[in-house]
Design a protein around this ligand. Structure first.
Ligand code: KG4
Ligand code: ZN
Length: 340
């Protein structure tokens, strides 16, 4: 089966072609530079940019995959959650293409798609990822922080999520407090690599709570108060790097600690991670180390598939359609707030 997939839920315009579980092309046009001057994603600008870029991006994906529209078997798009007007661009375009070709259309859940991204590419390549099920999956980005139990193929249960800010939002807001440009997560990661993570002690919110929920807004606030009382740190490169390493360590401790605790309780063999924050060097290293200590097989999405991409949408759509899930109606609506 050959699927064209579109993803426009936030600030990445992406199109991918997937055939029989293999990604033939995955083209991503990022809008980061556009939103940087506003310090965050501006929905109206994101929507206009999707409208401008989606067709060129889709054409590039088809060209790279050497696939003609007529030879496609299905068209898929992210239906939600995400920015309403941004979602509309990709969903309506995919429905129109499916209508014109007379092929089935499937709208998919953005977070469910993230659950499949650790199986795209990766070393070693995975021919049969059902062998790694059940697994506990951390989905962590600028918009969401979820712990999910993947019980079996296309069957999963949400264990917990953030009650306030997402982990990526915490990275970005702390980065903004110390003057790094949006989105600050990657820059904070780079500074933290040269800092001492034990220099300052920040709270590990909800780490010891029995449930699987997260909270990151208090951590951000404690960094704000810390900086109010220690403004001199902003002009001291070494201590600034220590601050970055200390904040990052608090976020990573919570993410890793809660993921491993859930994996132990659920009795799984494998732990997976995806979403933009999974690009973080410390999270990757600490999660793999913790899995090895506890005997879990780690499977982290490759960095290129951590951030939003259409490949994961195509992989999930193909699995669904080949498993007998019915195609969606061509007038199916977006679902901006869609619980997993
Ligand atoms: O998945 P994504 O591209 O978009 C959504 O939010 O859905 O994730 C973007 C988030 C941003 O908050 C960004 O700062 C964070 O992922 N991020 C990182 C790193 N790379 C991306 N956070 C910490 N360290 C990184 N290396
Ligand atoms: Zn995402």
């Amino acid at each position: 089966m050959k699927v064209l997939a579109l993803e426009t839920s936030c600030d990445e315009t992406s199109a991918a072609v997937v055939r029989d579980g293999r990604v033939l092309a995955n083209v991503v046009s990022s809008q980061i530079a556009l939103h940087a001057e506003y310090g965050g994603v501006v929905p109206e600008l994101a929507t206009r940019e999707h409208l401008r870029n989606l067709m060129p991006v889709a054409q590039a994906a088809l060209r790279e995959a050497a696939v003609t529209p007529a030879s496609l078997d299905a068209v898929a798009a992210t239906r939600g959650p995400g920015l309403p007007s941004a979602l509309l661009v990709g969903l309506r375009a995919a429905q129109a293409v499916a209508f014109a070709l007379g092929k089935p259309f499937l709208g998919v859940h953005h977070h469910e798609a993230h659950l499949y991204s650790p199986w795209i590419g990766g070393e070693p390549p995975c021919a049969d990822f059902t062998a790694f099920q059940p697994n506990v999956s951390l989905v962590v980005s600028g918009g969401h922080t979820l712990l999910v139990l993947v019980e079996a193929e296309l069957r999963h249960r949400l264990l917990g999520s953030t009650v306030d800010d997402a982990a990526g939002e915490c990275f970005d807001k702390v980065a903004k407090l110390i003057g790094l440009p949006y989105p600050g997560g990657p820059a904070l990661d780079r500074l933290a690599q040269e800092g001492n993570a034990r220099a300052f002690d920040f709270p590990r919110p909800m780490l010891s709570d029995p449930d699987d929920d997260f909270s990151f807004s208090g951590l951000k606030t404690s960094v704000r108060y810390f900086l109010r009382d220690h403004q001199e740190i902003l002009d001291d490169g070494n201590r600034l790097r220590d601050l970055c390493a200390s904040v990052q360590s608090a976020i990573v401790d919570v993410l890793v600690g809660k993921t491993i605790k859930a994996a132990r309780r659920c009795g799984v063999r494998c732990v997976t991670a995806s979403g933009g924050v999974t690009c973080n060097s410390s999270l990757r290293a600490e999660l793999v180390a913790a899995c090895q200590r506890d005997g879990f097989t780690p499977r982290l999405a490759e960095r290129a598939f951590c951030t939003d991409n259409a490949a994961m949408v195509g992989v999930l759509a193909e699995r669904k359609l080949t498993s007998g899930v019915a195609p969606s109606d061509l007038d199916e609506e977006i679902q901006p707030s869609w619980a997993l």
